[in-house]
Design a protein around this ligand. Structure first.
Ligand code: ADP
Length: 479
């Protein structure tokens, strides 16, 4: 047998849940990446188709080529001379000076904003977009197709304005910060095969302001379904686990019940058997008073057996048999029940009192069930009681609508956790001071069924070591 099945069950379920959640997360993450790659694909393709013809024979934006050419051809001969003389320091300084002034002018005269606006309009895009026009590399060819780097993205140049140097290149126009392959619209390299020419790489990136939210919105149905499935698994697991615990508890209780009932049935049966044996002994039966007392024992124990069997049957049927109510004064009924009860008390330390404070005490009640219920509650007041004397006070009072019947004892009392469960079928609190007190865990369950069948209300007040009080609210009947 596995020693801790619940712990193992919890651990396995926990691991399975973590795996399930991780797989879901992995799938969602991959889906996010796919959606992210294809996000705005149609719009970007449209932009691409419009941008490249718009800068045909030009670079970056319409009119930029004149600015670039002006700066390039102003410096190209000097740079060539420095390069060929191998004057690296001077070459480096001059190329940066050239780049810095060229970039500054390109930025100042940029018409990127209006170009993007016009393209948006043409494509019917109404979303707010951010863009970035970037120069990635510039190389000079002093001889045909032999390119010497002048500006290369990713490198830092101390003589070029720091604010415009991004890791991807020089920002000429636009405010888009996060530049990557998913928002690239166009990346062009323009060069000439002639000597004394240059080659330039530049790129256009466009993105929406709230790309992440846009992608998540597209994934929302899948995301919600995934969340729903995870929550369903959690809820179903919780319900199954709770039901399983309940079943287990019930099975444990039933085992206890069977152990108890065996004992409970045994006690009166043994008494009957002993009394019967004595009746077969002629020496004993010779005296008349012995016969009377022995048949008395048999009769009481048979009654007890009958009561036990009746209780078990009633409980196992699971409901009260149809009530046979009569309207009568509660105080009179209590007097009768307590009189009979006192006759059967063998414990001399028990004091059973009745206090009547009612003005109206007419109630509709099934006498048989009411009597058993009251006996069960009083039985407990005596059983779970270590005081001397054992005081049981049955009292009646009135409110506007109800007759309140209270059964109060000075017994061991109960804490809140026990009080909450005493009406459960088969429930028995742990033994008090290790003294086993016999019972079936059915007496109060029966009492509650009786109260419910009458549509009454029942309240319990109890404190450990101080005693318990059961209060039954019985609606008053017309006199
Ligand atoms: P049983 O007495 O056969 O165990 P009951 O249904 O009558 O079953 O009572 C359920 C449990 O409630 C008892 O086992 C006992 O622990 C607790 N209990 C009931 N009445 C009292 C009481 N008056 N004082 C203290 N504990 C009580």
């Amino acid at each position: 047998m596995i020693k801790h099945p619940i712990t193992i069950y919890k651990v396995v379920a926990g691991i399975a849940f973590i795996i399930l959640a991780s797989v879901q997360f992995f799938l969602l993450f991959n889906m996010y990446r796919m959606e992210d790659e294809h996000y705005y694909a149609i719009e970007k393709a449209g932009m691409h188709d419009l941008y490249e013809p718009a800068i045909n024979n030009d670079k970056l934006y319409p009119g930029a080529v004149q600015i670039i050419d002006k700066h390039v051809y102003k410096y190209i001969d000097t740079l060539e001379a420095l390069y060929k003389q191998n004057r690296k320091g001077a070459f480096d300084t001059l190329r940066q000076v050239m780049c810095d002034s060229m970039f500054a002018e390109l930025r100042a005269k940029s018409c990127g904003d209006s170009l993007i606006q016009a393209m948006k309009k043409q494509l019917g895009i109404t979303d707010s977009l951010q863009y970035c026009l970037q120069i990635r590399n510039i190389d000079f060819a002093f001889e045909a197709r032999k390119y010497i780097p002048i500006y290369t993205h990713g490198q830092k140049y101390p003589l070029i304005n720091k604010a415009i140097q991004d890791s991807g290149g020089i920002r000429i126009s636009g405010k888009l910060k996060n530049i990557n392959s998913t928002n690239s619209v166009s990346g062009l390299t323009v060069s000439s095969p002639a000597s004394h020419s240059y080659k330039m790489d530049f790129a256009l990136h466009i993105d929406t302001y709230d790309r992440v939210w846009g992608v998540i919105k597209k994934m929302m149905p899948v995301f919600l379904l995934s969340l729903f499935s995870i929550l369903s698994v959690l809820v179903i697991f919780y319900i199954t686990f709770r039901n399983w615990l309940k079943q287990k508890k019930l099975a444990d209780m039933q085992t206890d019940f069977i152990n108890n009932i065996t004992h409970e049935f045994h006690t009166p049966l043994s008494a009957i058997m002993v009394a019967n044996k004595s009746l077969q002994n002629e020496k004993i039966t010779g005296k008349k008073e012995n016969v009377v007392s022995l048949t008395g024992v048999i009769s009481r124990q048979a009654d007890r057996l009958k009561k036990l069997i009746g209780q078990v049957i009633d409980i196992s049927v699971g409901r009260m048999v149809k009530l046979n109510k009569t309207t009568l004064p509660l105080n009179d009924l209590l007097e009768d029940v307590l009189l009979d009860y006192r006759l059967n008390i063998s414990d001399s330390s028990v004091q059973l009192n009745i206090e009547k404070h009612t003005v109206h005490d007419m109630v509709a009640v099934d006498v048989f069930y009411f009597t058993t219920m009251l006996q069960n509650i009083i039985d407990n007041g005596i059983k779970y009681n270590n005081s001397s004397p054992k005081m049981i006070t049955v009292s009646t009072t009135n409110t506007d609508e109800y007759v309140l019947l209270s059964i109060k004892d000075n017994g061991i009392g109960m804490n809140d956790a026990i009080t909450r469960r005493i009406f459960d079928k088969f429930y028995r609190a742990p033994n008090w001071k290790n003294e086993p007190i016999q019972g079936l865990g059915l007496g109060l369950h029966y009492a509650r069924q009786c109260v419910e069948a009458h549509s009454w209300k029942l309240d319990v007040k109890s404190k450990p070591e101080e005693g318990s009080e059961f209060i039954i609210f019985i609606p008053c009947q017309q006199q």
